[in-house]
Design a protein around this ligand. Structure first.
Ligand code: NAD
Length: 493
């Protein structure tokens, strides 16, 4: 077992905790009901935030329903211009927003800055779609008739989001909803109230009319449940765990409202004999340990063929040792803090259970101590059975299980042997096999010689199987489809 060092703690500077608020009908509301502690600094409050009630949700939906027709009546380029202005404000505030994101979520400052930049770019991308035509002109079989297709806003959308991308996910759901002419009520994750508040502030300060974008903080089973069941909500876009998502789907389906779910993953990479072992190890490590492994697209299973197994594992352990856990605000940190004690315990339990079942821990620790900060060393496990929980269940931490497979076909079958299907990767020089893999793997996103985590904003994103509703995709131009009704118009002369 390799020992892991923690990033040196030279900076102890702490900022006064910021306070999140609800945004309801253009008003900043709510008391500092609860504290969110910094996962890297056990004594430091990262944020104060209100805990919303069903009455807050009712007020937010009422405001959204009242504001939506006026918002939809604005020309689409004018709606887009407000998103673009919000992007500019968020960019100006980047250093504050990114530091707050690190304090409340734990990721490294570089990762947080990348995420804030993503939110900025998302707002610009969808803002610019305000200028883009969205319909088609089609011929009709009837004389003197033209057919056009249109996409119309549907009303009020609820967005329920997780803590792991606390500003990017709310941005990539809200932006297509807003530019299409809908009003929104966002319920952010309890652990990360500040990031969503920064997004709301940027939109509010950019001149978004009161009521068009609302935020209600609080508990999922109160605020989230009230949003899902309200008949004035035309649709719900949810990102989070599979169990919560499937429960919400039943509620939305029962009232025949639109629902989009992006949920868990158990993403695998297949490493073949012809791959460069060092390059493959870098691809796997970036996917497994980047963002502290707390990405729905993170790599958590690796299947490797016999000829490259030893050199790949040596290279992967060397890579893992470079991911120094520590406070995300410290310059040496490459592996930010785990988000919560519950998640830390889940990570540790997964590693301990695997070792108890006979696995070998090539890198990492079964004795990680959360008392000084939720720092969890990168874990590389081998010697696992295919049905070990570390191979089958989502851990959502910096833990990767490496299993040997005899050949490509067995590796592809192993990758597909999962209830999830979000992202999948292959490391190989073979065009033939990578093409075959892309065609036959059961995943919504396929990466060839690239980490499973990390996505561009202009392309569709979503999973298959239990990772997604697998109907409407998020991101890219197609994201707008979820937030709009299709309409076909016949015009006679
Ligand atoms: P979570 O399901 O616990 O919570 C997600 C959101 O749902 C939170 O805002 C929470 O308050 C709310 N919620 C919880 N219970 C609810 C209920 N009964 N009714 C309504 N809302 C409720 O997930 P999390 O712990 O915040 O995030 C981690 C999970 O998210 C992982 O499983 C991860 O794979 C998944 N995730 C998926 C994607 C993706 O795009 N597929 C992206 C990021 C995270």
């Amino acid at each position: 077992m390799t020992s892991t060092a923690f990033a040196s703690s030279t900076s102890t500077s702490s900022a006064a905790a910021s306070t999140a608020q609800h945004l309801i009908n253009g008003q900043w509301l709510g008391a500092a009901d609860t504290e969110r502690m910094n996962p890297a600094r056990p004594q430091e409050v990262a944020a104060y935030s209100p805990i919303g009630s069903a009455a807050d949700v009712d007020a937010a939906i009422t405001a959204a329903a009242a504001a939506q027709p006026g918002w939809a009546a604005l020309p689409a380029p004018a709606r887009g211009a407000i998103l673009i202005a919000a992007a500019g404000l968020l960019q100006e505030r980047e250093s504050t927003v990114a530091a707050d994101l690190v304090r409340e979520e734990g990721k490294t400052l570089a990762e947080a800055r990348g995420e804030v930049k993503r939110a900025v770019d998302v707002l610009r991308f969808f803002g610019s779609l305000g200028w883009a035509a969205t319909g088609e002109v089609l011929p009709s079989g009837l004389p003197g008739t033209t057919i056009t297709t249109r996409r119309e806003p549907m009303g009020v959308f609820a967005l329920i989001t997780p803590w792991n991308f606390p500003i990017a996910i709310p941005a990539w759901k809200a932006a297509p909803a807003l530019v299409s002419g809908n009003a929104v009520v966002l319920k952010p994750a309890e652990l990360t109230p500040l990031s969503a508040t920064h997004l709301a502030r940027a939109l509010h300060d950019a001149g978004l009319p009161a009521g068009v974008f609302n935020v209600v903080h609080g508990k999922g089973r109160v605020v989230g449940a009230a949003l899902a069941s309200d008949p004035r909500v035309a649709g719900l876009s949810f990102t989070g765990s599979t169990n919560v998502g499937l429960g919400l789907q039943e509620v939305l389906n029962a009232r025949r409202a639109r629902v989009q779910l992006e949920m868990g993953g158990k993403n695998a990479v297949l490493v073949l004999d012809d791959a460069d072992p060092v390059a493959a190890a870098q691809v796997v490590a970036a996917g497994a340990f980047g963002l502290t492994g707390q990405a729905c697209t993170a790599t958590s299973r690796v299947y490797v063929t016999p000829g490259i197994r030893e050199t790949f594992l040596d290279a992967l352990v060397a890579e893992a040792s470079g991911y120094l856990p520590g406070d995300g605000l410290e310059p040496g940190t490459r592996l930010g803090a785990v988000v919560s004690r519950a998640q830390f315990d889940q990570d540790l339990d997964a590693v301990r259970t695997a070792v108890d079942r006979g696995a070998t821990l090539l890198h990492g620790s079964v004795d990680a101590d959360p008392e000084a900060g939720l720092f969890f060393p990168a874990a590389v496990l081998t010697g696992l059975a295919a049905d070990d929980p570390a191979v089958t269940e989502e851990i959502f931490g910096p833990v990767v299980a490496v299993l040997e497979v005899p050949d490509y076909e067995a590796g592809l079958a192993a990758v597909n042997d999962s209830r999830y299907g979000l992202t999948a990767g292959i490391c190989t020089d073979s065009l033939k096999l990578s093409t075959d893999f892309a065609a036959r793997v059961q995943a919504g996103v396929v990466k060839v010689n690239r980490p499973t985590a990390g996505l561009d904003l202009n392309v569709p994103f979503g999973g298959v199987k239990d990772s997604s509703t697998n109907t409407f995709r998020e991101q890219g131009r197609t994201a707008v489809d979820f937030y709009t009704w299709g309409k076909t118009v016949y015009t006679g002369s």
